[in-house]
Design a protein around this ligand. Structure first.
Ligand SMILES: [Zn+2]
Length: 327
């Protein structure tokens, strides 16, 4: 749990993945045959085997608020990096890479129901004019939500569970592997939140036979929420479809066979909004048989993303078995 805590609390919005990449690299290096960073900032960790080439991908970036204009009075306007919801961002505390903290607020003379959008919002870092603000931050600097890691039994809450939960799963799979039949590429991908950008480049370079993404997914188990057949604590999900992919049946069957072998419960997931690295992998090259394992997560893209540790451990067990499958 300590490692997951560290992963979630590390600052790394899309395009500024340096810190999370360094942390992951230090955690995986002793277990890898080869570790390198590509041109888009993906961290690629190779574990050599003689069988099929399998690309496992977990994005390591998080959503952020990028400064696009500094007002004369020192307030910062921002562009969303990934899916920032205005009602969620309001009055959140945010932090920049250099540790400067701010509060997200909104122009008061707007009709919250009709005009409440990102362009009417700003970050207050306590600067009293533009010069003071420019001494603290620069255009293009990106803040992330503050959201401490807390837990109640197996229920864990933090900012950036999307997708440090997936990163954590892949680190644990790498550590758990004893024999390696297939040729494994663990990709800790960059810029997923902006449209699967890192995974696209990595998949084209690696040209895998099989692809598997590990990411979070929504649940349908909170008061009066949208219908979805996924519950927290009922097992990791085998994805069937989202906006980016219809997953491959051969991969789904292999995941289910692994789940049965290791005795882990699984749920099947159809996500109506959003995509994942699997979307970029399966259309790369001449097409790749691709699936995805998802961690059920409540309140995605808020500072209080909530998961169940048992679902995470189930995902580790399933994938550790899956990577030794014959395809
Ligand atoms: Zn996300």
């Amino acid at each position: 749990m300590e490692l997951l805590n560290k992963l979630t609390q590390t600052y790394s919005p899309s395009g500024s993945e340096e810190q999370i990449r360094a942390l992951i690299e230090s955690e995986v290096a002793p277990y890898a045959d080869e570790v390198y960073t590509d041109n888009l900032g993906n961290l690629i960790v190779r574990k050599r085997g003689n069988g099929n080439k399998i690309m496992l991908s977990a994005h390591m970036d998080e959503i952020g608020l990028l400064v696009n204009y500094i007002e004369d009075n020192g307030f910062l306007r921002f562009s969303p990096v990934g899916g920032i919801m205005p009602y969620c961002a309001l009055y959140q505390s945010v932090v920049f890479q250099n540790g400067i903290k701010g509060t997200v607020a909104y122009e008061e003379k707007i009709d919250l129901k009709k005009e409440f959008d990102i362009t009417k919002m700003y970050i207050d870092i306590g600067a009293s004019n533009a010069e003071e603000a420019e001494n603290m931050i620069s255009l293009g600097d990106c803040a992330v939500f503050c959201g401490e890691f807390s837990h109640h039994g197996d229920i864990l809450t933090s900012k950036a569970m999307d997708n440090r939960a997936g990163v954590y799963v892949l680190i644990r799979v790498l550590r758990a592997l004893k024999e390696v039949k297939n040729d494994l590429y663990f990709v800790f991908s960059s810029q997923e939140e902006l449209g699967l950008r890192g995974a696209k480049a990595a998949a084209n370079a690696i040209s895998p036979h099989i692809g598997l993404a590990v990411d979070v997914t929504d649940t349908g188990d909170t008061p009066n929420c949208n219908r979805m057949a996924v519950k927290l604590g009922k097992g990791a999900c085998i994805k069937l479809m989202d906006n980016s992919i219809i997953t491959h049946k051969i991969v789904n069957d292999a995941l289910k066979a692994s789940a049965d072998r290791v005795g882990a419960p699984v749920q099947y997931e159809v996500l109506s909004l959003g995509g994942t690295d699997a979307g970029a992998i399966h259309t790369s090259g001449t097409g790749v048989m691709t699936g995805a394992v998802s961690i059920p997560t409540r309140y995605i893209h808020t500072p209080r993303e909530t998961v169940n540790m048992n679902d995470i451990i189930g995902a580790v067990d399933i994938i550790t078995d899956f990577v030794n499958s014959d395809f």
